[in-house]
Write a protein that binds this ligand. Structure first.
Ligand SMILES: NC(=O)c1ccc[n+]([C@@H]2O[C@H](COP(=O)([O-])OP(=O)(O)OC[C@H]3O[C@@H](n4cnc5c(N)ncnc54)[C@H](O)[C@@H]3O)[C@@H](O)[C@H]2O)c1
Length: 318
């Protein structure tokens, strides 16, 4: 019998799979304070993980732990070196959330370019016609978008952009030209050059040493005044102070942020008061459908792991 810790609740559909299985028992751990995780986690063979941080101070107590199954695809909340050194496997829900995140990026681009928040407020406050001419709104039709990061989500987003008849450029040094062209995009080699002509940028790469602060004031200054930038990947890829400045100085038009350097962001974060920013609380993959898919896949990955039938695409190479 394997003992599974469900660290922060997942969808019932996933839990039901475990309940039907004779070889697994689970407990839900909602208190993710460091002290509680140190106290609770040592008795488990596997755990599912949402956003709680698992550093070496916690992991060094987990002597039985063989596998961590992320509810999602990012894993910057886990100490990867520790996992590697201690032969602990890391799994992701590789097929569960790309569509939801790609739709969220579309929603942010559409909302910002159509002035959705502004118009909504205007109508509610009785300004039905007066304010309409005060803001500029845009179409996606024939606009140029740069998809930065062309993995699962980038590849889902391009289909939606092409549906809106946008012209799509892709920046991803690790994906070759032929693959990008087969999806209908055009590969760009130099981010600094590419941003000079595009109207939208959507970020879909991991946060790591190479990508931290990749979008800073220098690169923002190269963009056109009407550029809308959307980040549904990880906070920190765009430098928040620089972004706030670029928006206030009207260097670019707007930004959509689902992710932040610090989550939740401090109330003093200037972006929270910047009306050129559309915000969401790291909720791109919170659609009903996606939560069910993620709950099922997170649990099924653990079962498949112990039954030696886990798919390669679900395993993170450490
Ligand atoms: N907001 C959310 O709720 C949410 C949900 C799922 C995923 N994400 C995040 O979205 C991002 C993308 O997820 P995915 O499933 O598409 O990942 P993926 O691993 O399938 O794709 C990432 C792509 O980024 C590329 N890349 C790596 N370094 C790069 C660089 N320096 N410049 C440009 N491209 C680079 C890789 O080659 C890869 O093609 C991740 O950061 C993930 O954590 C966020």
């Amino acid at each position: 019998m394997f003992k599974i810790a469900i660290v922060e609740k997942i969808d019932e559909a996933g839990l039901k799979i475990l309940e039907k299985h004779n070889n697994f028992e689970y407990e839900i751990i909602e208190n993710v304070s460091k002290n509680n995780l140190i106290k609770e986690l040592p008795k488990y063979d596997a755990l599912t993980l949402r956003v709680a941080k698992l550093d070496s101070e916690i992991l060094k107590h987990c002597k039985k732990l063989k596998v961590i199954s992320r509810h999602g695809v990012g894993y910057d909340n886990v100490d990867l070196n520790f996992l590697k050194q201690n032969n602990i496997n890391l799994l992701i829900t590789a097929t569960a959330n790309a569509v939801a995140v790609a739709e969220h990026a579309m929603y942010m681009m559409l909302s910002l370019s159509k002035g959705v928040t502004y118009y909504d407020k205007a109508v509610r406050s009785g300004d039905f016609k007066k304010n309409v001419s005060k803001i500029e709104t845009y179409e996606l039709f024939k606009k140029e978008i740069l998809i930065a990061g062309f993995g699962r989500i980038g590849k889902n987003l391009i289909k939606r952009c092409l549906g809106f008849e946008m012209k799509v450029f892709v920046y991803d040094p690790y994906v070759n030209k032929e693959i990008i062209e087969s999806y209908g995009g055009k590969k760009v080699e130099d981010l600094n050059v590419a941003v000079k002509t595009i109207d939208f940028v959507s970020i879909h790469m991991p946060l790591n040493k190479e990508t931290k602060n990749l979008i800073d004031i220098n690169i923002l200054k190269k963009m056109k005044k009407n550029t809308i930038i959307v980040n549904t990947a990880r906070g920190g890829v765009i430098n928040e102070i620089d972004l706030d400045k670029a928006l206030k100085d009207k260097i670019i038009f707007g930004a959509g942020l689902d992710v932040f350097e610090k989550e939740p962001p401090d109330q003093s974060n200037p972006l929270l008061k910047n009306d050129r920013v559309l915000l969401s609380p790291h909720s791109s993959s919170f659609t009903k459908e996606c939560k069910i898919r993620m709950g099922i896949e997170t649990v099924q990955n653990i079962i498949n792991f112990f039954e030696n039938k886990i798919e390669k695409s679900m395993i993170v190479k450490l």
